[in-house]
Design a protein around this ligand. Structure first.
Ligand code: FCB
Length: 444
């Protein structure tokens, strides 16, 4: 793709970039912000690569005005960001007006530059004082209180709001694999967390709609495309189990369907956390769905004892495939395949690609960053989005992950996903070749 496909013309299609609060804001104790589970997790030794944390990150809390201007200069007219729950509420769960003020100033800057905000209420930074985290049903009710606060205080300025970002990561990376906060390794508990997250989503939508009816409301998922390693029946079943965990576990409740038997079996002795009536709460009307897509997975029949609980083992592609610097296979056609698979199974609302991008760790040389791999990756994925649109799929926008190099969770600062390079020692921003490529298209 040398120029933008007319189906993706900015006149008819939303182009934006995405970030999340914990990954860019820093200022982790400013204006009465309380700790999140990610602050606590970063403080535990051995959790984050190189012992890094989010206390400064991109210092966006102090530099947001310049960052918004940069976005505008690049021609991006839509911005997906997340609100840090621990900035907004105090330890007694009441409003922290000083924290809220940061988002008011951010929204002022976006408005000034004609950039439309697209907010996510929860991108993993759960307030640490919520006892039991997502294992506690009460957390879902506290999320609804928080959603209501945002609806009351910022709702008039937020046309589109997602409740959760990638609840699969919060539940399974946080409570099964234990590589994300809070670092628990217990398969059955991860399903408890998944259930409470979806309950939070449903209660959050109810709470928001009780305050206002003019917001487009939805959720952001990272659905899975999992291919079996071989045609063997055991591998096919493994791929199915991976997709049940990553897709059905979240999409079924959204559309009023119960979990498949296999997941009920895996939650085992905790099945009682799923109260009668919960599925109906989860199945609130969705005005949109955000899909995040990076790669696919390949599964074989489970090998280890822990993988047998899960039902699959992930393996690398059999033949060497191009990978991004984080080691994820570059598989653009997976975007089309996963969307088609989802549409075949669930009555999806209007779709946005809310994240897509590549870790390309190319550094600054002579004042510029020649991130050719990212440019190729993005072009190939834009072509898939155009393909879906030409097939009549209702995809309305694309947000590149990410505006800035940032704190990439357990990888610390070792993986650079930004279209703008950040020198973390000086906080200098340098737009990469990918950013200039987009700028050229969006301005044309
Ligand atoms: C997604 C997350 C986002 C970022 C990208 C690389 O799963 O939503 O915060 O880490 O992956």
């Amino acid at each position: 793709m040398q120029s933008l496909d007319p189906l993706l013309s900015p006149a008819r299609f939303e182009w934006g970039c995405a970030t999340s609060a914990f990954q860019i804001e820093g200022a982790s104790t400013a204006n009465g912000k309380v700790p999140s589970i990610w602050d606590s997790f970063c403080a535990e030794s051995g959790r984050i690569r190189d012992g890094n944390d989010g206390s400064v990150a991109c210092d966006h809390f102090h530099r947001f005005a310049d960052d918004v201007k940069l976005m505008a200069d690049l021609g991006l007219r839509h911005y997906r960001f997340s609100i840090a729950w621990p900035r907004i509420t105090r330890a007694d769960n009441t409003l922290n007006a000083a924290g809220l003020d940061f988002y008011k100033r951010l929204l002022d800057a976006l408005e000034h530059h004609g950039i439309t905000p697209n907010a996510t209420l929860f991108h993993w930074d759960l307030p640490a004082h919520l006892s039991g985290g997502w294992l506690n049903r009460e957390t879902a009710y506290r999320f609804a209180d928080y959603a209501e606060l945002i609806a009351r205080h910022l709702g008039d300025r937020l046309p589109r709001v997602a409740t959760l970002n990638e609840p699969w990561c919060s539940a399974f990376l946080g409570y099964d694999l234990g590589v994300f906060a809070p670092g628990v390794q217990d398969r059955a508990q991860s399903l408890v967390a998944a259930h409470h997250l979806m309950l939070a989503h449903g209660l959050g939508l109810q709470a928001w709609r009780a305050v206002r009816s003019d917001t487009m409301l939805g959720i952001v998922l990272n659905p899975e495309l999992c291919d079996p390693a071989t045609p063997d029946g055991g591998d096919a079943q493994a791929a199915r189990m991976a997709e049940l965990e990553r897709n059905d576990c979240f999409l079924n409740p959204l559309f009023g369907q119960e979990w498949p038997e296999e997941l009920i079996h895996q939650i085992g002795p905790h099945a009682h956390v799923r109260h009668a009536g919960d599925t109906a709460i989860c199945a609130q009307q969705l005005d949109f769905m955000g899909l995040n897509y990076y790669t696919r997975s390949i599964a074989q029949a489970p090998q280890s004892v822990r993988d047998k609980e899960r039902g699959y083992t992930f393996v690398p592609p059999q033949e060497p495939k191009p990978l991004t610097d984080i080691g994820w296979e570059i598989y653009p056609e997976g975007l089309t395949r996963v969307v088609q698979n989802l549409l075949a199974q669930w009555p999806l609302p209007a779709l946005w690609i809310t994240e897509n991008g590549a870790a390309d760790n190319t550094e600054v040389a002579h004042g510029s960053v020649d991130d050719g791999m990212r440019c190729d990756y993005l072009r190939a994925h834009f072509a898939e989005v155009a393909r879906l649109r030409s097939a009549g799929v209702d995809i309305r926008g694309y947000y590149v992950w990410s505006l800035l190099d940032n704190f990439e969770w357990a990888h610390g600062y070792s993986q650079r996903f930004g279209i703008v390079h950040v020198d973390f020692a000086t906080q200098k921003r340098t737009p990469k070749r990918s950013a200039l490529m987009l700028q050229g298209w969006l301005r044309a």
